[in-house]
Design a protein around this ligand. Structure first.
Ligand code: HEC
Length: 152
């Protein structure tokens, strides 16, 4: 009996998981997920700056920081689904009105974070500095136009 109910529970878990995986993402979850990716990118950028400036002596972790950042930077294209501009969000409606222009900034995030990873992997200090600047510009140029000003 015990054995059967355990099997049934596992089957139920499998079905429930499949249902969740197939269900359409709610706008609230899309917003939440977007924020977690943004926060994670912010944390990696901070980590990269601390290592690169020598404020912490962990050069052995620079590669994992920039690799994670590049992996996250490549997700930009899925972070702004239609309908995710309403709710607990600082994303401005302009995003969905200027999809072409906005898409260029999403592409710039992908490219600049990939360039940074490649420069670090290649051990190229000059290229790393240049790429780091480009990443900062990619973040800032999008926030300046498409993110609500922080409440003070
Ligand atoms: C293509 C546009 C775009 C790019 C590029 C971009 N962001 Fe964002 N970011 C946004 C928008 C829009 C929000 C507001 C999201 C929301 O509230 O739903 C945001 C929010 C954030 C937040 C706050 C998240 C929260 O908890 O509310 C952080 C931190 C952040 N971004 C960091 C970064 C960093 C670091 C980069 C560059 C590596 C970056 N962003 C690149 C558009 C962008």
């Amino acid at each position: 009996m015990r054995r059967i109910s355990l099997t049934a529970a596992m089957l139920f878990a499998t079905v429930a998981f499949a249902t969740i995986a197939e269900a359409e993402t709610s706008p609230a979850d899309a917003i939440k997920y977007r924020k977690t990716v943004m926060q994670a990118m912010g944390a990696h950028v901070a980590g990269v700056f601390m290592i690169n400036s020598g404020r912490v002596d962990h050069p052995e972790y620079l590669k994992s920081q920039v690799t994670a950042l590049a992996d996250l930077g490549a997700q930009g294209k899925v972070l702004f689904p239609a309908g995710s501009g309403v709710g607990d969000t600082e994303a401005l409606p302009l995003i969905w009105e200027e999809q072409e222009q906005f898409g260029k900034l999403v592409a710039a995030l992908d490219k600049s974070t990939a360039d940074l990873r490649d420069a670090v992997v290649a051990g190229d200090k000059a290229a790393t500095g240049k790429a780091l600047k480009a990443v900062g510009e990619a973040c800032k140029s999008c926030h300046d136009r498409y993110r609500k000003e922080e409440k003070k």
